[in-house]
Every structure is written in C-alpha cells, then in structure tokens.
Ligand binder design. Structure first.
Ligand SMILES: Cc1cc2nc3c(=O)[nH]c(=O)nc-3n(C[C@H](O)[C@H](O)[C@H](O)COP(=O)(O)OP(=O)(O)OC[C@H]3O[C@@H](n4cnc5c(N)ncnc54)[C@H](O)[C@@H]3O)c2cc1C
Length: 308
C-alpha cells in the first residue's frame, strides 16, 4: 500500500485555462487529457498506466466549436462526437464524418469523447480516421515553438503512433468543402450495434460529373497497421459510371490490397473477405448521397445487402 501511495503522490494533474498554458505543460512533460475516454478508461482497463503528469485541456477556450470558414470546416479538437453528429454542415457536406462519430461507443462516450482524442489516440480502428483521410483534412499542431500544419495522412505512422512530437497539441482540424456534387459515407462491420470497435471499416468519397465518377477516394480501417487510402480501389471507380460492376471492381481491389491480421476479434481471412463487402457498401452509400438520395446517418443499416 505504501508503494502504491508513493507512486500516486508522484503524479501531477493540472487544468489548463489557455492554449499557452496547455503547451507549456506539454513542454514540461505532461500528457493532455480531453474527454479521457481513451486515456483514463484505458488505464483503468490496464492497457497502459496513466502518465505521471496530466494536463486537462477540456476547458481551454479556442479548442472548442465547429465553424464554416471560407469554404472549409474548422473543427476544434474538443468537438465531441455528439456535437459532430448534430452539426448541420457536417451532416450535409462531410457526411462520412457524421456516420463515424454517430457510432462511437455509447451516448455517454459520444458526449464525452472528442475528435482530437480519437485522432491523437491513432488506433488503426478509430472511427473518424477514414473520413478525415478521404476528406483531405489538415491538422494544426501547436507547441511552445509555434504552430505547424500537416495533412492528416502524415499524422498516422503506426498502431497508436503519430508523427506529432510529444509536446505538440492538436489545436485545429480543417476540412475543405468537397463540393456540391460530392457524397461520402463511412460504414463498419460490427458484431453488435453499440459499444463496438470496427472489425473492418470503409470510407468512400465520390465526386460526380454528370453521371460519371470524376474523383473517388476510398480508405480502409482496421485492415492495416494504420488507416490508409486504397489507390487501386479508387482507380477502379474513377471515370466509371458508378454502376454495380465498377463498385464490385473497387471493392475487390480494396480487399486485395488489405493487410489484415488475425486477432481475437476476427481472422485475417475473414477481415479480407469482409473488406470487399464493407467497401462496396460505403461506395454505394457515397454514390447515393452524391446523387442527392437520402441515406440516414449513421449509414450502416440502410446499406445491408448492398454493394458486396
Ligand atoms: C466504452 C467505450 C467505447 C468506445 N467506442 C469507440 C468506437 O466505437 N470507436 C472509436 O473510434 N473509439 C471508441 N472509443 C474510444 C474513445 O472514446 C474515442 O477515441 C474518443 O474520441 C477519445 O476522445 P477523448 O477526448 O476521450 O480522448 P482522451 O482519452 O482524452 O485522449 C486520447 C489520446 O489523445 C491525446 N489527446 C487528446 N486530445 C489531444 C490534443 N488536442 N492534442 C494532442 N493530444 C491529444 C491524449 O493525450 C491521449 O493520448 C470508445 C471508448 C470507450 C470507453
């Protein structure tokens, strides 16, 4: 008991009131905690111990909110999944992100968990990663040395690992408007509807020119060490009429390029087979939305039986 008390006594917890205070704490070695649904819950589950120094950023003004700004959506890292799912612009123009946030955990997880925490935790199964990749998001990282902007694609370097320095705070997520003729969709394979992690996830974003697919972006989740785009699948869809043959070709190409692993939740073979099905559903959902059809958020159930 004495040893445990001594360890606890070495830990520090502070609450930042500004970005300057938060980055000063990070420079001194503290880890940020936003909603705590990864960091604190993970420590309680024994995944990794709490860091010795924590700085809470949950009340820092300037890290909150979602606003449209000159053709882009600027999302504060403290925006919760519940806020993202309720935001009219996210639902209308950045719909894959709404699909993703709408299925994170439970009501409580979505009210507490933030976009910044989801991104910086860098799980290969994180829900918002595929949408941010396909939507070409740019991140602002801030430290006592100043701010720098990187593409979301540059952030993810491995399971649970990012290219951000330990003293860098994510201070903004910027997503360009994909345009009037774009539609996007995120779908995951899940064994139950709530409190689940993606066995396989897929995001598709398509831009139409008339009835043809002028641009296609496809990302796969939980079938590689990081969430990644699937260029072979994108090539199969781009320039096509978006019909069933093109959707199947894209889905098969994504499955062929997947690098799934065996784990307690699924075998690699099952994951690869399901990649085709889930990518097919995401593409069908994105095409439907680009054509102006309504696919409710979250998209999953409306697409059962389609695309695979
Ligand atoms: C019951 C349950 C169910 C869940 N279900 C899902 C799910 O379905 N899908 C899913 O993707 N996730 C799920 N999660 C994981 C988690 O809820 C999300 O990843 C959430 O978005 C994390 O946000 P947070 O603010 O709580 O992060 P925190 O726990 O506060 O932080 C997570 C990590 O990010 C770092 N961090 C936080 N903010 C910043 C910042 N601004 N700059 C730099 N680093 C930062 C922290 O230091 C920490 O390393 C679930 C969690 C629980 C407990």
């Amino acid at each position: 008991v004495g040893g445990r008390a001594a360890v606890i006594a070495e830990r520090t917890f502070a609450r930042a009131a500004s970005v300057d205070e938060a980055v000063a704490a990070l420079a001194a070695g503290a880890r940020p905690v936003a909603g705590g649904t990864d960091l604190v819950v993970g420590a309680r589950q024994g995944k990794s111990p709490l860091p010795d120094a924590l700085v809470a950023i949950d009340r820092v003004p300037g890290l909150t909110g979602i606003r449209e700004d000159g053709g882009a959506l600027v999302i504060g890292p403290l925006a919760t999944h519940r806020e993202l799912t309720a935001h009219p612009a996210v639902l209308r123009r950045y719909t894959a992100l709404a699909d993703a946030s709408a299925i994170v955990g439970s009501h409580a997880t979505r009210a507490q968990g933030t976009l910044g925490g989801n991104v910086m935790n860098a799980s290969p199964a994180m829900e918002t990663g595929g949408p941010l990749l396909c939507l070409d998001a740019t991140l602002t990282l801030t430290s006592t040395r100043g701010s720098r902007r990187i593409s979301f694609a540059e952030l993810l370097v491995g399971p649970g690992a990012t290219s951000a320095e330990p003293d860098e705070l994510l201070t903004a997520v910027e997503v360009p408007d994909p345009g009037e003729r774009a539609g996007s969709c995120y779908v995951r394979l899940e064994y139950r509807r709530h409190m689940e992690i993606a066995v396989v996830g897929a995001t598709a974003l398509v831009v139409l020119d008339g009835s043809r697919v002028a641009d296609a972006r496809i990302a796969v989740t939980a079938v590689a060490p990081t969430i990644r785009r699937a260029p072979e699948a994108e090539a199969a869809l781009t320039g096509s009429d978006g019909g069933p043959d093109a959707v199947s070709a894209a889905a098969e190409a994504a499955a062929a390029a997947a690098q799934p692993i065996d784990d307690v939740r699924a075998s690699a073979g099952y994951r690869r087979a399901m990649t085709s099905v889930i990518v097919g559903r995401a593409v069908v959902g994105a095409l439907a939305r680009a054509r102006g059809e309504t696919i409710e958020v979250p998209a999953g159930a409306a697409l059962y039986g389609l695309g695979g």
